[in-house]
Structure formats: C-alpha cells, structure tokens
Design a protein around this ligand. Structure first.
Ligand code: GLC
Ligand code: CA
Length: 557
C-alpha cells in the first residue's frame, strides 16, 4: 500500500458554533478556535475538521451555504481564517473544511438568479420541474427532513428539488458548469492552504436518470429518497472527476460522508483506486434505524456495536482505511448511545474509547468526546433547535405516541445532544461564552469539564492523551496504523476484543463492555501492559481477568 501523509494522523471535529466563543455573542468563532489550538495540540490532534463556517442563513446550521468564498461574519473574517491556517501550520496541524455541494442555500446568488429566470442559465444549476398536469408535485419523494422534496419556485408553477430542507436546493451535477464551479471552489480553498475536506452528503449528488414516483412507504403517500437513489447509476464518474481535478492535484485528504454504499462499491470509494482518501464507518450509527422514524429505532447494545464495527473492519481490510468515530454533530453522544444509562461511568467511557480508537483506520474525535460529554436533557419540543428533531417529534406524535413519549424518543437521537457548547470550566456557561450561549449548556458541566480533567491524571481526557500517545509511539505506530485486524473471542458476549498484528508485533485490545467481570484466555504470553483503565493487569499470566468495563491493551509475545 502506498503510504500517505494522513495515514498515521489523529483527527478532531470542531462544530464551530459550539466550540468556543471569543467575543461574548454566544456563538463560537474562529478566534475561539485559534485560542484552543494549544489544547488540541497537547491532546495529540493533527487534523482538524471544521463543520461549515461559510456565509449562511444557518437554516441547517451552516450546511446551507450562501457563498462558498466567504465566511459567515458570526464565525469571523477571512483574515481570522488565514490566521487559523497559519497557526495550525506552525503546530504541524492540518485543517479540513466541510464541502457541502449536494446543495447550496436558497440565498445563494445562483438560486436567486434561477428563481428570476428558471429557463435561463442558472435554472440549469438546479433541478427545476413543472408540476404535473393535474397540479400535483413532480414526484412523491419525501425529503430527509420531512415533507415533500419539492418546493414551489416563487411566482411560477414550477418546483425545485431539495433532498434536505427547503432552504437547501439541490445542485444539478449533470450540468458540467456546476461541476466546474465546484472544482474551482475546492481548488481555491486548497490553494489557501487547507489540507482537504470532509465531504457532506455526497452520495446524493447522482439522482436517478428518470424522475418518477414510487410505491409510498408511509401513510403520507410519499417515499424515502433511498428508493430513488437505488436507481441512480454512475456516481463514481463524478467522484473520480472531482478527485482528479482537485484533491489529487494537492495531495489533499478527503473523507466522505457515505451512507448505504453498495456492498461491492468500497474499492471504488477508498484505497488505491478510491475517489476519497477515506469514508466514515457509519455501520453502528445506522444500526437499529427504522424507516418509520427515530421513535421506532432499536438501541445499539454492546454486542451490536461490536458486530457492526467488526463487519466494517473486515470489509475494509484489503481495501483501505475507514475513518472511525463514536459520534459527530449529527449523532447523539457516543457514550450515551452505546453504554446503557445505568452503567455510564468513567471506566465505561474509557473502555469504549479504547475499543474504537485502536481499530484500523483514522480515528476522529468529536469535540467534547475527549471529556466524556453526554446527551443533554430536553424539557419540551421547544428546546430543540435542530430541524430534524422537530420533524421526528411530529412524526412520533402522528404515530400515536404521547407528547412525553415522543420527547423521550427524540431526545435520545437529537442532533442537539452533540451541539451543546463544549464544557471548558465549571464557571458560568461552562466557560464557553461570557454572553448567552446560542444553545443551552448541558447541566452536568460542573462535573464534566476540561479544566477539572486537566488537573486529574485519571480523567477521561488524560486517558485519551494516553491512547493517542500510544497510537503514535514510535515502537507501536507501525502496528496500529498498518497492522492487520483480527477479531478475538468474537463469541464472548459483551467482550470487544481484537488483535492488531504487524511489524513483528502482536497487540491485543480487549474491552469488557459490561458490569460483570470475566476471565478470558490470553492469545500468548503477555509481554507488556500498554494500557489499563483499571490498573490491575498482570504480566505472564495465561488467563486475563477483566473487571466490569475494564479495557486492556497488551503486547503478546
Ligand atoms: C450532512 C450533515 C448534516 C446536514 C446534511 C445536509 O448529513 O452532516 O448536518 O444536515 O448533510 O447538508
Ligand atoms: Ca462569537
């Protein structure tokens, strides 16, 4: 395998609005990020992915871009951004921007011009269709955020397609001019000195060649967009073109947000012949999801988590690298999702961290994960900012759930769980802002915050530092980065264990994801204890004892 600069890196996702506010307006910003670079460097982070900071009405919190070349003043100026790039370079760090090009904002110039003249040049930038002769919508597709995927072009009988919110009109990738504009923008940012992109919602850019209605999948008469996407063929031509014209020219790192890729598609997506450097592994995130909505989702228990992750690891083995996460800005907090509430403890958080972090692939940490931030509490639907939470709440009510039940289900999955401000201190607003935070701080900030964990050598933050240092240690790096992955004692319930082997070393990672202790056979003589979240592991023994939620990293002879 060709070696790439990003193979051995550790990445960290920043959701700028909630990271750190430098000027007291309650909104995190670029100067705020700059002031925390030393914190991130000290943690061991190399690559920073910034969720969108472009000019935007923030209908979908920045995933609706009104100008790809300028920044939203709420986040800062272009000078701030240039300073951020320079400051990261000084620290041998890298910046990834978010590339949101399946759609733009309805406030983008292109869309405004398309509305003025749907038959003109910019009309071709979008999917604009006539209504049916009977006045109905062009198709019965349901947008991801609920309701029809078609919205009226103001003042006409025509409709435009939006797979997400109606303020996010889809860009027409079939139009070469659109693609040229997109590539120009990517190169403009790469020339500015960023190291690559996280690529948003990208598997949606190729639509079915014929727009038609399908069999409804709910009582609303509509059908989820997954159905239409099944008929979309040939996306890889666009993706490879984008790669050739942009990323390849700059040796950039690209990580795709790819859901539901087809079984045989992986080698086209990642690895030597892939159009991205990496894609996120969402297998455990989609586990238990229901077509009906969040209210009908099944929880992902430790055994489910293990089998989802192992499936992906084995799938990617000969092909390339997944990017591994336990959470992001669209998901609940990983510790709240994968660990049963009654069992949530510092040991459990460390065990989960250890289990995912040493997998084969690029580890990503989402802001606040390193201190174990948890899901927040919502008192009523009016506490939600996230548009998808509000839609899911309505869906649950329509399905007959009571208000309390609907709130409970939606609270578990709300994207706002991940979007509450980072808890820096136990002071006012968790030290995030001197003003009023745009989204309320999680009430547990007095117990969970960076400041107190920095002083505590047994904290989760300290453990993440150890994990990162271990992954990068000169004697083990080669094994963790390029070594093989093999499940170990796969059938042992609630044990997530695997062996990383390579460069003459064999390393066992074993996390006991349950309250009860267990004893397991050692795969060979234990020569070294590289990490132990409890602190009672022994060398030389034939049987390894694991307390509840104990995680061990052992070197095997
Ligand atoms: C991606 C983003 C999400 C956004 C959606 C539409 O899934 O991660 O936050 O709402 O795309 O851009
Ligand atoms: Ca601010």
């Amino acid at each position: 395998m060709d070696r790439k600069w990003w193979h051995d890196k550790v990445a960290y996702q920043i959701y700028p609005k909630s990271f750190y506010d430098s000027n007291g307006d309650g909104i995190g910003d670029i100067p705020g990020i700059i002031s925390k670079l030393d914190y991130l460097k000290d943690l061991g982070v190399d690559i920073i992915w910034l969720s969108p900071i472009y000019k935007s009405p923030l209908a979908d919190e920045g995933y609706d871009i009104a100008d790809y070349y300028s920044l939203d003043p709420r986040f800062g100026t272009m000078e701030d951004m240039e300073r951020l790039i320079a400051e990261t370079k000084k620290r041998d760090m890298y910046i990834l921007m978010d590339l949101v090009v399946n759609h733009c904002s309805d406030e983008h110039e292109w869309f405004k011009k398309a509305c003025e003249d749907p038959e003109g040049k910019y009309g071709e930038f979008f999917y604009i269709r006539d209504q049916n002769p009977d006045g109905s919508l062009p198709t019965n597709w349901r947008s991801y955020f609920g309701g029809p995927a078609w919205e009226k072009v103001p003042g006409t009988d025509k409709f435009y397609l939006h797979m997400f919110h109606k303020k996010q009109p889809d860009l027409n990738w079939e139009n070469p001019e659109v693609r040229t504009e997109v590539y120009k923008n990517i190169n403009w940012w790469l020339d500015k000195g960023i190291a690559g992109f996280r690529i948003d919602a990208i598997m949606n850019i190729k639509k079915a060649s014929i727009f038609k209605s399908y069999e409804p999948d709910r009582d609303d008469g509509m059908v989820g967009l997954e159905r239409m996407l099944k008929d979309a063929k040939g996306i890889s031509i666009f993706l490879h073109e984008m790669q050739d014209k942009t990323f390849s020219q700059h040796d950039a790192f690209s990580v795709g947000e790819v859901f539901n890729d087809k079984e045989d598609e992986l080698s086209d997506l990642i690895g030597e012949g892939g159009c991205f450097s990496s894609i996120f592994d969402f297998e455990s995130h989609i586990f238990g999801a229901s077509r009906k909505g969040w209210y009908a989702s099944k929880p992902c228990l430790p055994e489910d988590y293990k089998s989802s992750v192992f499936k992906s690891q084995l799938r990617a083995a000969e092909i390339g690298f997944f990017s591994n996460i336990i959470e992001n800005h669209d998901e609940p907090r990983g510790v709240s999702r994968y660990i049963p509430k009654e069992e949530l403890s510092i040991h459990a958080k460390k065990a989960l961290a250890c289990a995912y972090f040493l997998l084969r692939g690029i580890p990503f940490i989402y802001q606040g994960q390193e201190i174990g931030m948890e899901n927040t509490e919502f008192q009523s639907v009016s506490d939600f900012d996230d548009i998808s939470s509000i839609m899911e709440y309505d869906l649950a009510l329509e399905a007959g759930l009571s208000k309390e039940e609907a709130l409970e289900c939606v609270s578990k999955y709300s994207r706002d769980n991940a979007r509450t401000p980072v808890q820096w201190t136990d002071g006012d607003n968790a030290g995030f802002t001197t003003g009023k935070p745009w989204l309320p701080v999680n009430k547990n900030y007095k117990e969970i915050n960076v400041e107190s964990q920095e002083k505590d050598s047994k904290s989760l933050l300290a453990f993440y530092k150890e994990l990162i240092a271990l992954r990068k240690a000169p004697e083990y790096k080669e094994t963790f980065v390029y070594g093989s992955f093999e499940p170990y004692l796969r059938d042992e319930k609630n044990l997530m264990a695997y062996i990383r082997k390579g460069n003459g070393k064999t390393i066992l990672v074993a996390a006991n994801l349950q309250r009860d202790g267990i004893a397991i056979p050692a795969p060979g003589r234990i020569d070294g204890i590289l990490l132990d979240n409890v602190g009672n592991a022994q060398l030389g023994v034939e049987s390894i004892k694991l307390d509840g939620y104990q995680a061990l990293v052992l070197e095997i002879a």
